[in-house]
Design a binder for this molecule. Sequence first.
Ligand code: ACO
Length: 331
Amino acid sequence: MSKDKILLTGVGSYLPKNKTSNHDLAKYIDTSDEWITKRTGIKFRHFVANNEYTSDLGTNAAKLAILNAGLKPIDIDIIIVATTTPDNTFPSTASKIQKNLGCSAISFDVQAVCAGFIYGMTVGISMLKDGHGKKCLVIGADSMSKILDWNDRSTAVLFGDGAGAIILEKEKVKTKFCENDDWGILASKIYTNGNFYDILNTDGGVSKSKSIGFLRMNGKEVFRHAVEKLSSSLLICLEECNKDISQVDWLIPHQANQRILDAVSNKVKLNPNKVISTIADHGNTSAASIPLALDVATKRGKVKNGNVLALQAIGGGLSWGSLILKVGKPI
Ligand code: ACO
């Protein structure tokens, strides 16, 4: 017997060249390596060049993910780009990336800020299941430096730029190889609560002020919601696929702040050694942070065929969610 499964078959990432340390930042804003490291775990972040756009970051990551999956751009049926910092207000950054790749995939953007990659994956999974194609490229790409207010040291030190991408493929899998038919994407849950619109947003926007505005955040409130909502959505997802926390090989969370990662692993009783953290090297790259961390973990040989991964993120909206998958193909 065989069954349609949505499998993760490729991953890639890209960081702009300009790597900036906390010490570099402290030369032009009133901060210190000690403050940033203690509060967040961040040591470095990468920034785009003036002539480098979100679509460039996304295109570079996409090419590597397509190669990693053993595919060509023309094989891709759907491109979903999670971004808060599109090249233009319209058209979508996804349509620019489609042009750069030279394919004819259905292409559109998803806006759920730092949760965008989980949203994008969830939409991609549904589209594959609904027959819109067989191969979906999901990209998280952001140039957060373009919306930072350098006079607001409490937010400016947190963010960086980058992109990551994955390939999802719908494949027929012989169920006799799969223990309990348990392979590929196992569960995903996404949530929004607009009552918290004001605790993490920009103070501008096209219809409001015709300017893009700067990122504003109530850090303490976001911290509180992040720990609670990331923990609860992860446990709900695990329950949905009949797993418990001890069966998770790697948690790959949105990289907002090391203290949030530590608090979540403590709350859900997951060994902290199973949490992938790239926060020190990347800072918070918004929608890019999960696929960037996944790519780093894969390249370091941590993620192996058959591993159970838990991905999770929270961002403005508030928007949040978790996703469980079993990596690779049954062998
Ligand atoms: N360098 C030095 N001092 C600073 C800096 C800085 N970069 N920023 C703020 N301070 C000072 C403040 O002025 C304040 O000084 P005061 O006591 O003299 O008034 C002091 O540090 C404490 O400021 P708080 O804002 O209370 O600092 P807090 O301990 O809450 O830490 C932080 C701020 C790191 C943002 C924290 O609230 C946090 O981790 N929030 C989680 C939110 C988060 O990580 N968001 C990421 C984006 S959202 C997302 O991705 C989900």
